[in-house]
Design a protein around this ligand. Structure first.
Ligand code: AMP
Length: 315
């Protein structure tokens, strides 16, 4: 039998995300971590919740530690949309990074929790003005979208597994969103274009007003009606584990956009800068430890350093 967690009531989320809430096992040449909190929706929400109330739609198994749900709630992340399935074990992902942390290989992925799962948006969340379809089954992304009333902003992410196995569904998602974030390899895989400007244009031709192609330590490419802008990553001397950088980036971006009154090219670029800063915290520890410990003050300092770095480049 399935049951929902019963958290103390929080404000209804202004930003709803669907994605994975996972137990990750991470291997790098500098260290590893076993069964730590992971998942696209987790990293996304930990970054976005600094900006506005967020709600997660996901499924977890009977083995998922309650302390992670409590950690979400302490940060203003609503968990009523997280279904605990007592007859299943949680989504697990095991990945190993190359020496330079630029590429990774999935060693194991356990998708059993999603068999027969159909995401349900709590009634009070359906009016939320912003939705982020985090990396996960495109069928679940579409199911959540169909339950939302009239969001003014819908952005999605995806990954090689889904592009490879459920391409048509991924394309259907792309046709229904205002913006897409994905990494360089995935953009090439989806479009067959090696050149990222051409890849971004191809994805935009399906409908999205903007595409952001993430390039790890090399920052990202923003492509919209204004044209292309390359934004660097925040410079760090000590990168530990890239897991969740993309999701935290998206959390910062969506946190900014969901709060801003205008959704234009200028706010998109400002949002990208905030996302870049949140992504930088995610990579500084194995798993989400550093992200969990980051305050708004930490964020503001890095944000101003990044802005002055960019100003210096044009002076
Ligand atoms: P990122 O490094 O931003 O791409 O996100 C990493 C997170 O994605 C990890 O915490 C994993 O638990 C989660 N993940 C790995 N594979 C998948 C998948 N196929 N679908 C959804 N989430 C995944």
């Amino acid at each position: 039998p399935a049951r929902h967690e019963d958290p103390p009531p929080l404000m209804p989320p202004r930003l709803v995300t669907v994605g994975t809430v996972a137990l990750d096992t991470l291997i790098t040449t500098r260290g590893s971590a076993e069964e730590v909190l992971g998942g696209s929706a987790s990293y996304f929400s930990l970054a976005a919740a600094h900006s506005l109330p967020v709600g997660i739609i996901a499924a977890i198994g009977s083995d998922f530690p309650v302390r992670h749900l409590a950690a979400f709630r302490r940060r203003g992340i609503a968990t009523e949309g997280i279904l605990r399935r007592m007859d299943r074990t949680s989504f697990r992902w095991k990945g190993r990074y190359s020496q330079d942390l630029a590429t990774r290989e999935t060693l194991d992925v356990q998708l059993g929790i999603f068999e027969g799962y159909s995401p349900e948006v709590p009634e009070g969340w359906r009016e939320a003005p912003a939705v982020f379809l985090a990396n996960g089954d495109p069928g679940h992304q579409l199911a959540v979208l169909s339950q939302m009333r009239r969001p003014r902003l819908i952005v999605c992410d995806t990954m090689n597994l889904w592009i490879g196995n459920m391409r048509k569904q991924v394309e259907k998602v792309f046709r229904r969103v205002h913006g897409v974030t994905l990494n360089d390899e995935e953009a090439r895989q989806f479009t067959g274009e090696h050149n990222l400007l051409r890849a971004a244009r191809r994805i935009r031709s399906l409908g999205p007003a903007f595409v952001i192609i993430k390039k790890g330590e090399h920052g990202c490419l923003v492509h919209d009606a204004l044209g292309a802008t390359f934004v660097p990553a925040y410079p760090l001397e000590d990168v530990r584990d890239p897991t969740g950088a993309g999701d935290s980036f998206a959390g910062g971006l969506m946190g900014f956009l969901a709060r801003s009154t205008r959704l234009d090219s200028r706010s998109l670029r400002r949002g990208v800068l905030e996302g870049t800063v949140w992504g930088s915290f995610a990579v500084e520890s194995m798993g989400p430890r550093r992200l969990l410990a980051t305050s708004l003050e930490n964020f503001r300092l890095r944000h101003s350093i990044l802005r002055s770095m960019l100003r210096n480049a044009t002076n």
